[in-house]
Design a protein around this ligand. Structure first.
Ligand code: PHB
Length: 388
């Protein structure tokens, strides 16, 4: 016999979307159980993007113990660099809003800490095998815990916050590939290095040799990326080769070099699941969509989904009003497609495709020049970057 647990909302995935949702539901008096197949350490050490939109910071600030203000850094602008010249986009001057550099693993540490302190039922190392009855009023999850013991969770609603490779995307959308999809012929080679910052603000640099992003993590650790072939083996380049690739892609700036202690290759995909809701199960965050990392929309979009779904769950479970839930896919989709466009646009404007012609490159420079020379253009970028 497997053990059975009962809750109101079963949340699969203890990433930012799942944890934030459990937090907000608890504040509304709605109990949940959060399951994740990964260990707590694995979750807290996942290296992801670091830029939070203005609205995301407002939401995270409300969480007790959040260090977004004390550890995060406010950025009032970003630099777009092409033809060896940097152009500052004054985010704050244009929109009155800033973004914050606060890496996702720090967000996760805050959220896990706050949820555990509040007594949230949070199960790491729990692998979901099946989700049954999503078209009924009592969906049920069959899972095994870290010791291989089977258990079941009976709930009134199931939320898939288990990322692009999770089980819920297939349950809700029909298959994990069912939806709108685009692949890109390049990837990012990412590094973490021990060095002081090379610049005060992030640099998005488009060069004839490809794109590079100079980001940061702290006063002593920096995060940088350069455009690479998606099939490159991260271990195949020497540190000298990596620095050479980076320096060439940010002409006109001397990047401060230092020992590289982490490297990874990030593949680029755009995806939106064909369905976000099926009966009593819904998708949020990366389970619902994937964006390429240019513009750092992934985590921010997950937070936006959660806010919409949380309102729908409150209406459904506290007031027996189904309408906001039925509207969830449409309401969430509006922002999802804005973010899809923004991420695709930043990506295509700044990267050099392997088959790009001289015409394509000159056109790109034309696009970048039109953007930085126009207040409307800079404003469009600033609005999207800081969040609609
Ligand atoms: C990062 O610091 O990891 C980062 C920053 C901005 C992006 C993407 C990634 O657009």
């Amino acid at each position: 016999m497997s053990q059975e647990h009962r809750t109101r909302v079963a949340i699969i995935g203890a990433g930012p979307a799942g944890l934030l949702l459990s937090h907000r539901l608890a504040e509304a008096g709605i109990a949940s159980i959060v399951l994740d197949r990964r260990s707590r350490d694995e979750i807290e050490q996942t290296i992801r993007a670091g830029i939070l939109e203005h609205g995301t910071v407002d939401i995270l600030r409300e969480i007790g113990g959040s260090r977004v203000e004390s550890v995060g850094q406010r950025h009032d602008g970003v630099e777009l660099r092409f033809e060896g010249v940097g152009h500052r986009i004054d985010l704050r001057g244009l929109t009155g809003r800033s973004v914050w550099l606060y890496p996702q693993h720090e967000v996760l540490r805050d959220l896990v800490g706050a949820r555990l302190a509040a007594g949230q039922d949070l199960r790491f190392g729990a692998t979901v095998e099946r989700i049954d009855g999503v078209e009924s009023d009592e969906p049920r999850i069959v899972a095994t815990d870290a010791e291989g013991q089977r258990f079941e969770v009976a709930a009134e609603f199931v939320v898939g916050a288990d990322g692009s490779r999770g089980i819920t995307r297939a349950t809700v959308a029909g298959s994990s590939r069912e939806g709108y999809f685009r692949e890109y012929p390049f990837a990012w080679f990412g590094i973490l290095c021990e060095a002081p910052p090379s610049a005060e603000e992030l640099i998005y640099s488009s060069s004839d040799d490809g794109f590079a992003l100079v980001s940061r993590r702290s006063d002593t650790v920096q995060r940088m990326y350069f455009q690479c072939d998606p099939d490159v083996d991260p271990g195949s380049l020497s540190e000298a080769q990596i620095w050479d690739e980076l320096q060439r892609r940010v002409p006109g700036t001397d990047l401060v070099e230092g020992p590289i202690f982490q490297r990874d290759v990030l593949r680029f995909r755009s995806f939106v699941a064909g369905r976000l809701l099926r009966g009593r199960a819904a998708l949020v965050g990366d389970a619902a969509h994937t964006v390429p990392p240019t513009g750092a929309k992934g985590l921010n979009l997950a937070v936006a989904d959660v806010l919409v779904l949380e309102r729908a769950l409150r209406a459904l479970l506290l007031e027996r009003d189904e309408r906001p839930m039925l509207a969830y896919p449409q309401v969430a989709s509006e922002r999802i497609w804005k973010a899809q466009h923004f991420s695709w646009w930043m990506t295509s404007m700044l990267h050099v495709a392997p088959d790009a012609t001289a015409f394509d490159r000159r056109r790109q420079i034309g696009e970048l020049s039109s953007l930085v020379d126009s207040e409307a253009g800079r404003m469009f970028l600033a609005e999207g970057y800081t969040g609609w």
